[in-house]
Design a protein. Structure first.
Lengths: 431, 422
């Protein structure tokens, strides 16, 4: 599991409770089949109302920008109006994407299953008000990647290995099927949607000058109490935000040799997986030699990707040695697997692969934004690193499932190890 | 060697004094034999088909090139020469600092002994690349200004950045081999490493043709027929001739021979075939390239590299002793510095060898085409298309010229005419 370790003193600034924008989640994951089946039809009136509201909000935002620039803080009535607008938009997107069950109210009032608490207007720095839009560009890039360019639009177009549906659309689509089947939204998928919706809310609050707190990509901000899990494939992260500018600058060429080696190893690992598949299917018992080989490959892949995507700083080794890297994949000993799930692994992995492809897009965005940030500041924004770690952990779990290391299905949301401390979410400032 | 101190002093000393001279004599003999073999190989590689004692007549470049072209080419080339020289100095300066401080970057690695060494080597070359960027950009600006290349700055920079990644793969392999050997064999790692590096160079030479992109077979039936005739004349029938699409990169013209054995091929730039060169002149260029195939020049150059590798790796082993030998990652920055300096010091020798082989190819081409007029015309045209200075200053010639000067090549044509008329 991804363990969100404590941030060393001086790096994190504010705790979750201190943030001017907070998420209140009371959803109990239960869903009605009818409400889910017609969800996108039910959402139409809300979107119409939101569109009308958006026109007014646009002019209010311009007025608010001028007033805040002059006064140094957002005027109360404008702040209240725009807060309601952001809250209503959040409710609508949460409802449309199946993060909630209840129909939203049209007035953006409080008390919804996924709600926002927004602090009264506070003093803001005029320079950040003046340049709010360019300052928000990295966060806009990230939300475009997370939401796929449209909050609930799912397309099956692929571009460079990145699903254009984004994490939100993919999770919502899979959640739709799951909710219809079990009348319950899987917690992992719901939490992913909550994470994206809340990041969007943070961005709108920042853009509309409701706060000068920069949107934080840390999943722990959205889900401060993730479930404790004991998966056979989990990830341990030792957070170290310091980055060497030199190795950041040359991160891609430095990884070339690792990528060549990884490709070679991947071919062998796939062959080993086929062998293991046959053995499990006919013998029923997992051979430990093959398991260890694939596990070493998985660890190595995790080290290389963590390095490539700037989630970790040190240059990784070439053999996937256990406990040798700050971002470490922990893989349990071979266990007995259900033959039926082994037989249909190729089919069963499809939903996870869809989510993993969306997470891959997030990883790429984290790497690009983190590259610039690390090059300028010598530090990787903690929020970005944690978002990247979540994405990497999911991709690794999917890969382990696909390579028949385990029959435990990947968990898509933020979570913690059963033995680990409760995570401390912080606001790292950027990311 | 461990000595049993409990044994009688006289006996121990006696046996030591009796074996040491023999060991030394054997070592000296082995060294002499190795040196002899080295010299014999060098002599074999040095030989060409150009008649020994061939005297090149003096050629007045003003007779073949207009004064304005000579001024233009000289002006163009000097900037690039000085820019290149400054780039080399920057390279040495950066690596000197890196040799001193580079080991501090070991903390950026979690990759163990060899992995850390690889990372330090890669970072060293990355720094060299970074130091070269301003000089590369200056050279590109100059070439664009003179309409020799058309490639944009971003494309050029991106291409060289990605090329860095590809070269990193080879560097990593070489460093991993050297460090693994140094970990096992301590001071004598270079004895095994030198032939292994030579094998890597051979592999690289073999694979290079497969990495040349945007190629297609020669399509013009007349040129294909001419290529076949020339191949037969030069004894390399069946050599593959490809055309590399260079449209959009600039008017520069070139051709190359790449590969060894089954991978060997001649690659003509598409700019050569765009109508500026006559059919006879294209024939001269093709037969020149076939001359490289006849002379096995790619293989011979790998041979020279192998000969260079023996003393070079020994020197690297010697230079890294103070940092505990190349088995330790902290010695890698020093090794890089020594390696690059050795490369620069021996550069004039390697350009000399290359010029020698180019001369041999020119001779071979004249023997095959029997067309000195077309050869002369081709050289004259190369001066204007590539802005090559026909008569560069000696320092630039010794350092950079990988082909004889155009003046020398024209002189060679005249010498061949005289030789053929005898």
């Amino acid at each position: 599991m991804l363990r969100l370790a404590r941030i060393p003193a001086g790096i994190g600034s504010r705790r979750v409770g201190d943030r001017p924008l907070r998420l209140v989640l009371t959803d109990d994951l239960r869903r009605g089949r009818g409400s889910v089946f017609f969800r996108w039809w039910f959402a139409v009136p809300f979107f119409l109302w939101l569109s009308l509201w958006s026109i007014v909000a646009f002019f209010a935002a311009l007025l608010n920008w001028l007033a805040t620039l002059l006064l140094g803080r957002s005027p109360g009535p404008l702040h209240r109006f725009l807060s309601r607008y952001v809250r209503f938009a959040t409710h609508v997107y949460a409802y449309t994407n199946l993060a909630t069950e209840q129909l939203p109210k049209f007035d953006g009032g409080q008390g919804y299953e996924l709600d926002l608490e927004i602090d009264p207007p506070g003093r803001q720095r005029r320079l950040t008000i003046l340049f709010r839009l360019p300052l928000a560009l990295p966060a806009i890039v990230l939300i475009v990647m997370l939401a796929g360019g449209g909050f609930s639009v799912f397309t099956t177009m692929w571009s460079g290995g990145i699903s254009s549906s984004g994490l939100l659309g993919t999770a919502a689509l899979l959640g739709w099927f799951a909710s219809i089947a079990w009348t319950r939204m899987p917690r992992g998928l719901r939490d992913v949607i909550v994470y994206v919706v809340f990041y969007g809310a943070q961005l709108w609050a920042y853009l509309l000058l409701l706060t000068d707190s920069y949107p934080c990509a840390d999943p722990g901000i959205a889900i401060p109490r993730p479930p404790a899990r004991d998966d056979p494939v989990s990830m341990r992260v030792e957070e170290e935000p310091q980055r060497s500018r030199l190795t950041v600058l040359f991160r891609l060429p430095l990884c070339f040799v690792h990528l060549v080696w990884l490709i070679t190893w991947t071919i062998l690992a796939w062959l080993a997986a086929v062998l293991k598949w046959l053995v499990l299917l006919f013998g029923g018992k997992s051979p430990s030699g093959i398991h260890e080989f694939i596990a070493a490959y998985q660890r190595y892949q995790c080290h290389v990707l963590a390095y490539l995507y700037l989630i970790a700083n040190p240059f990784p080794g070439f053999v996937g040695k256990p406990d040798s890297y700050p971002v470490e994949l922990q893989i349990a000993a071979p266990e007995k697997q259900n033959r039926l799930t082994v037989l249909f692994r190729l089919v069963l992995v499809i939903p996870a692969a869809l989510i993993a492809s969306a997470y891959n897009g997030l990883l790429l965005t984290v790497a690009v934004l983190g590259w610039f940030a690390s090059l300028v500041t010598g530090r990787m924004p903690v929020g970005l690193a944690r978002a990247g770690a979540l994405a990497l952990r999911y991709c690794m779990q999917t890969s382990a499932y696909w390579l028949i290391l385990t029959d435990s299905y990947p968990y898509s949301g933020p979570c913690r190890q059963e033995s680990a401390d409760t995570p401390v979410a912080t606001e790292p400032g950027f990311g | 060697m461990a000595t049993d101190t409990s044994a009688a002093p006289g006996t121990a000393r006696g046996s030591g004094t009796s074996t040491r001279p023999w060991t030394r004599a054997l070592a000296v003999l082995a060294a002499l034999l190795a040196a002899g073999a080295w010299v014999w190989c060098a002599r074999e590689l040095w030989g060409t088909i150009v008649p020994a004692g061939l005297q090149l007549p003096h050629v007045d470049v003003h007779h073949f090139f207009s004064a304005s072209l000579l001024r233009r080419t000289s002006y163009f080339d000097r900037f690039l020469d000085v820019d290149g020289l400054l780039g080399m100095l920057a390279q040495v300066a950066v690596l000197a600092v890196y040799a001193r401080c580079g080991h501090r970057l070991m903390r950026e690695s979690a990759a163990g002994r060899i992995g850390t060494g690889i990372m330090l080597a890669l970072l060293g070359f990355a720094l060299v690349w970074l130091a070269q960027v301003p000089f590369d950009l200056a050279a590109q600006w100059w070439e664009r200004r003179h309409h020799v290349v058309h490639e944009g700055y971003i494309a050029g920079l991106l291409g060289s950045f990605l090329g860095l990644g590809a070269s990193f793969v080879w560097i990593s392999l070489a460093v991993a081999l050297a460090m693994a050997l140094a970990g096992k064999m301590r001071r004598w790692w270079w004895v095994v490493a030198a032939p292994l590096f030579a094998a890597l160079a051979l592999l690289s030479a073999f694979l290079t043709p497969y990495l040349i992109t945007k190629t297609h077979p020669l399509r013009d039936p007349a040129l294909v027929a001419e290529a076949r005739t020339l191949e037969v004349h030069e004894g390399v029938a069946g050599t593959s001739v490809l055309v590399q699409n260079r449209s959009g990169t600039g008017p520069e013209v070139n051709a190359e021979t790449a590969g060894i054995g089954p991978s060997q091929r001649v690659v003509l730039w598409s700019t050569l075939l765009d109508g500026r060169f006559s059919r006879a002149e294209i024939g001269v260029v093709m037969s020149h390239e076939f001359g490289h195939v006849t002379g096995a020049h790619v293989l011979k150059q790998v041979g020279w590299l192998a000969l260079f590798l023996i003393p070079a790796t020994a020197l690297v082993a010697l230079a890294t002793r103070r940092r505990g030998g190349l088995g330790r990652p902290e010695a890698v920055p020093v090794a890089l510095f020594v390696w690059v300096v050795l490369g620069l010091v021996t550069l004039p020798f390697f350009t000399l060898v290359t010029r020698r082989y180019e001369t041999e190819s020119d001779w071979s081409s004249l023997q095959a085409t029997h067309d000195p007029a077309a050869t002369r015309q081709a050289f004259e045209r190369l001066a204007s298309t590539n802005l090559s200075d026909p008569d560069p200053p000696t320092w630039a010639y010794l350092l950079y010229a990988r082909t004889p000067t155009l003046a020398q090549r024209i002189a060679m044509t005249e010498a061949w005419e005289e030789h053929a008329s005898r």
